[in-house]
Design a protein around this ligand. Structure first.
Ligand SMILES: [Cu+2]
Length: 396
C-alpha cells in the first residue's frame, strides 16, 4: 500500500483508533460526538415534556466483526439520553415492541412510588405489544439513568439502559469549574453466551405463557406468581416446587462477562474524550452493568465533583475512581498536560475482548490542540524505521 492509500485508510478508521496521529484529523474529531448518547427532543403538551421510548430486539455491533442480539431502547445502545431541567414535568410513553415483559426504573430520581418501575411492587410488567405511561417531576439535580427492571440480570446487560441528566440553571459544578464541554459514559459488562441462551429461553417461556393466557389456562404456579406469601407457603407445603428449587441454573451458568462496553462499544471503537490545553471538561460516569470498575486516567489527576448526582461538599483530587454497579460519578478533568492519554479500567480483566487484551473499557483523552511537532515519534521509535504508530493495535 502506498503512503497516499495508507493515509486514506487511516482516515476512514481513525475514529476507531486509540493511537496518536489519526485521532487528530478533522474527520476523526468530527466523528467523536457519534460515540455519545444523543439527547431526545421532547414534544410539549402544555407544560409537560413528553418523551417516547420503545424497546425492540436489534443486533448491535460491539466491535468491527462482532454483533450480538440485544434489547434496545429506540434501537440504540445505550438508549437515548433524557436531558431536562430540574422541576420539569416529565411524561415518558413506553411501548413494548418485543415478546418479553419489561418496565422502566428511574434510577436516582424522586418519582412517585407507582412510577418506580418495579414489577409486582409498583406496577404490572408492561406486556408484549402494550404501553405504559410514566409521569413525574424531574428531581433531583444531577447524573442519573434509567433501565429495565424486569428480568434485570438479562435485560440490563442486553442493553436496556440510558442516561437521565437533570440540569440546574445555577449549576454549582459549572460555577466552580467553568467548563464548556461535557461527555456521558455508560459502562456495562456482558456475557454474550448468557445473553443469547437466556434471551432465547425467555422468548420461549413467554410464547408459552401468552398461549396459555390467551386460552384462559394461565396457571399461577407454573409462572411462579402468587397473590400473597401465605399462598406461596401453602402451595409449597402441598408439594409445589418453586423455580429456585428445581435448579434452573447452576452457579457456573450465572453470567461471566467476557465483553465490556462504554456507550455500547468496546475498544477499539470506544468513545474518546476531546479536550484542549487550558480547558476543563466534565465527564459523567454511569455504571449500568454488574461489575465494579476502577477507572484510571494517565498523566493527570481529576476532580470527583458529584457522587450519585449529588455535588460533593469538597471535590476530591484523584487519578483512579471506583465505579460500583448502580453508581454515577461526575469527574472534572483540567486540560493541563497536552497529548494523548488512556483512560481505562485498572482491573485489567476488563480491558479485554473475549479474553484478549487490548479491548473492553479502554479509551483516550485526546488533546485536539496537540501541535504536529509533538506528534513526532520519539527517537528510539524512529530508529525502528517507522514513520507512524499503527492505526489500530489488537495483538497482545
Ligand atoms: Cu426489559
Amino acid at each position: 500500500m502506498d503512503r497516499r492509500n495508507f493515509l486514506k485508510t487511516s482516515v476512514t478508521i481513525s475514529a476507531a483508533s486509540l493511537f496518536p496521529a489519526p485521532l487528530l484529523t478533522p474527520e476523526a474529531i468530527a466523528a467523536v460526538p457519534e460515540r455519545f448518547p444523543k439527547p431526545m427532543t421532547p414534544t410539549l403538551d402544555g407544560d409537560v415534556k413528553e418523551f417516547h421510548l420503545s424497546v425492540d430486539i436489534i443486533q448491535q455491533e460491539i466491535v468491527p466483526g462482532f454483533k450480538i442480539h440485544t434489547l434496545a431502547f429506540n434501537n440504540q445502545i445505550p438508549g437515548p439520553e433524557i436531558r431536562v431541567t430540574r422541576g420539569d414535568k416529565i411524561r415518558v410513553v413506553f411501548k413494548n415492541n418485543t415478546e418479553l415483559n419489561h418496565t422502566i426504573h428511574w434510577h436516582g430520581i424522586f418519582v412517585p412510588w407507582r412510577m418506580d418501575g418495579v414489577p409486582y411492587v409498583t406496577q404490572m410488567p408492561v406486556m408484549p405489544g402494550k404501553q405504559f405511561v410514566y409521569e413525574f417531576v424531574a428531581e433531583p439535580y444531577g447524573t442519573h439513568f434509567y433501565h429495565c427492571h424486569w428480568g434485570t440480570l438479562l435485560h440490563m446487560q442486553a442493553g436496556m439502559y440510558g442516561s437521565f441528566i437533570i440540569e440546574d440553571p445555577d449549576d454549582p459544578i459549572k460555577k466552580q469549574f467553568n467548563y464548556e464541554r461535557e461527555y456521558t459514559l455508560l459502562y456495562s459488562a456482558h456475557d454474550v453466551n448468557f445473553i443469547r441462551k437466556e434471551l432465547n429461553a425467555m422468548l420461549d417461556r413467554m410464547k408459552e405463557r401468552m398461549y396459555l393466557m390467551k386460552h384462559g389456562r394461565f396457571d399461577k404456579e407454573r409462572f411462579a406468581t402468587f397473590d400473597t406469601k401465605d399462598e406461596l407457603i401453602e402451595a409449597v407445603n402441598e408439594g409445589y416446587q418453586p423455580p429456585y428449587v428445581t435448579n434452573r441454573r447452576s452457579p457456573s451458568e450465572l453470567p461471566q462477562p467476557n465483553w465490556f462496553t462504554v456507550n455500547g462499544k468496546s475498544y477499539p471503537v470506544t468513545p474518546n474524550l476531546l479536550i484542549k490545553q487550558g480547558e476543563n471538561i466534565r465527564v459523567r460516569l454511569i455504571n449500568a452493568g454488574t461489575e465494579e470498575h476502577y477507572l484510571h486516567l494517565h498523566g493527570h489527576d481529576f476532580w470527583q465533583v458529584c457522587d450519585d448526582g449529588v455535588p460533593v461538599p469538597q471535590p476530591w483530587q484523584m487519578n483512579t475512581v471506583r465505579l460500583s454497579p448502580g453508581k454515577t460519578i461526575d469527574i472534572l478533568i483540567e486540560g493541563k498536560n497536552r497529548g494523548i492519554w488512556t483512560f481505562h479500567d485498572h482491573d485489567t480483566r476488563r480491558v479485554t475482548n473475549n479474553g484478549l487484551y487490548p479491548g473492553g473499557n479502554l479509551l483516550a483523552l485526546v488533546y485536539e490542540d496537540t501541535p504536529p511537532e509533538e506528534m513526532e515519534l520519539n527517537p528510539m521509535t524512529k530508529k525502528m524505521g517507522l514513520t507512524s504508530l499503527p492505526v489500530v493495535a489488537l495483538d497482545e
